[in-house]
Write a protein that binds this ligand. Structure first.
Ligand SMILES: [Zn+2]
Length: 152
């Protein structure tokens, strides 16, 4: 399935709207995605990936997030924060446990661009590879994380 098909089968409209925890976008229900002003401050590829993420939430069952561990630290023992919101994620529903979750499909999308895009700039491929790694940390189930890592 192409990404556009994936999106249009789930999403009927985009609208300005409130999102909890300062999120840049969120599923609004009934096929709607709410966008906050922050949505327009992220890069084009981040917007695309976020729309796919929110489209995943609009599926039956919603692919709801898991609560991130407390503390939730990176390899330098620093608190993991969201971008661009810069909100500490420990204890927030901003992690996943499945490789096919909302964050999982973002990781797969970014990897596809980084490794297979034939008309992307080197800069875009590099940004995509970085973003894939940045989101991989949000997959808190080690088995699911391993499945995504082996998908290189
Ligand atoms: Zn989400």
């Amino acid at each position: 399935m192409k990404y556009a098909q994936f999106f249009y089968r789930r999403v009927s409209r985009l609208q300005f709207g409130y999102c909890a925890n300062g999120a840049t976008a969120c599923a609004g229900g009934y096929g709607a995605i709410n966008l906050s002003f922050g949505f327009f401050r992220i890069s084009r590829v981040e917007r695309l990936s976020l729309l796919l993420h929110e489209a995943r939430h609009l599926e039956p069952g919603g692919w709801n997030h898991e609560i991130c561990p407390r503390p939730f630290l990176d390899s330098n023992r620093q608190p993991i924060v969201s971008r661009p919101e810069n909100i500490r994620l420990a204890g927030l529903p901003a992690c996943d446990s499945s490789p096919l979750s909302a964050y999982g499909i973002q990781i797969i999308f970014y990897r596809n661009l980084a490794e297979n895009c034939e008309n992307c700039t080197a800069e875009l491929k590099s940004e995509s590879a970085e973003n894939a790694l940045r989101f991989l940390i949000r997959i808190i189930n080690k088995s699911a994380q391993g499945i995504l890592q082996s998908d290189y």
